[in-house]
Design a protein around this ligand. Structure first.
Ligand code: SAM
Length: 261
């Protein structure tokens, strides 16, 4: 595990009042400065239809690329409390540069969420992490398997993940989060009906997804962002979204982007 010095992660208020974190290493915020919680709800829960599946399914597997603050895990716990359902969730995540438990304790997400007292404390999630696999029972419903290591080292079970929260920093500063190799690994782990969502609408990122075999579509972005990306092994899952020309994306990757990689 790469232990960053304490001053590498700084909390910062976003416009919806929820905090995000600024990473000095990547010179970028973990979330949209226009609203950390609002962006996460839109990109990972509302657009891919996860809120509907939480009511219908008895077991789901979710994988998050870039665990960051743990906000998405917390939102998931809140949605499940709201639904009062008996769903089981296996939540897999990877993080190379974890924030400290002290910083996690300062994040104000509980003030913005329902059922705050029933939600896990982020400082417990980040306490005593070791390199490699960390398994934690987060609530009665959610089991977290957090891999502390790189995207490249991360291993996932084959053909089993239903939802991918793809959340590295942008492709300009975090190119290893957007490679064909990484998207091929996620594809190998995906159920046929799986969806992957990300805030990014970068053509180069979409081209890497298409080259790894994902069907790629454009979805409305969060807050004032025009577009984000939704992808699936199965084009049928993308019904209602604007499919992009996957063949053209693959060609562009071969002719242009692969030479830059
Ligand atoms: C945009 S932030 C994730 C935000 C997070 N999903 C949240 O809600 O707080 C991207 C995360 O990916 C991690 N990261 C970037 N490159 C990585 C790599 N190669 N391997 C593992 N983690 C990486 C960063 O440390 C950071 O926590």
């Amino acid at each position: 595990m790469t232990q960053l010095p304490n001053d590498q992660h700084t909390p910062k208020a976003s416009d919806d009042g929820s905090l995000t974190v600024y990473s000095r290493k990547f010179d970028q915020h973990f979330h949209s400065p226009k609203g950390a919680i609002m962006e996460s709800r839109h990109v990972f829960f509302e657009e891919p239809g996860l809120l509907i599946d939480l009511q219908k399914r008895s077991h789901l597997k979710i994988a998050e690329t870039g665990f960051g603050t743990g906000l998405n895990l917390l939102l998931l716990a809140e949605y499940i409390e709201n639904l009062n359902c008996s769903l089981k969730i296996d939540y897999y995540a990877v993080e190379g540069y974890p924030i400290s438990a002290e910083l996690a304790d300062k994040l104000n997400y509980h003030h913005h969420l329902d059922h705050a007292s029933a939600l896990p404390r982020l400082s417990d999630v980040f306490a005593d992490l070791k390199p490699g696999i960390n398994k934690k029972q987060i609530t009665d419903c959610i089991t977290l398997t957090l891999f502390i290591g790189t995207f490249e080292e991360w291993q996932l079970p084959d053909k089993s993940i239903d939802y991918f929260f793809h959340d590295p920093f942008s492709i300009e500063v975090n190119p290893d989060g957007w490679t064909v190799e990484l998207f091929s690994k996620l594809m190998k782990a995906a159920e046929y009906h799986a969806t992957l969502t990300t805030y990014s609408a970068a053509v180069k990122a979409r081209a890497a997804m298409a080259s790894a075999g994902w069907q790629v579509a454009s979805a409305p972005g969060a807050l004032s962002k025009r577009e984000m990306t939704i992808a699936s092994p199965d084009a049928f899952q993308l019904k209602g979204f604007k499919l992009v020309n996957n063949a053209k994306l693959r060609q562009r990757y071969d002719e242009e982007f692969s030479r830059q990689a």
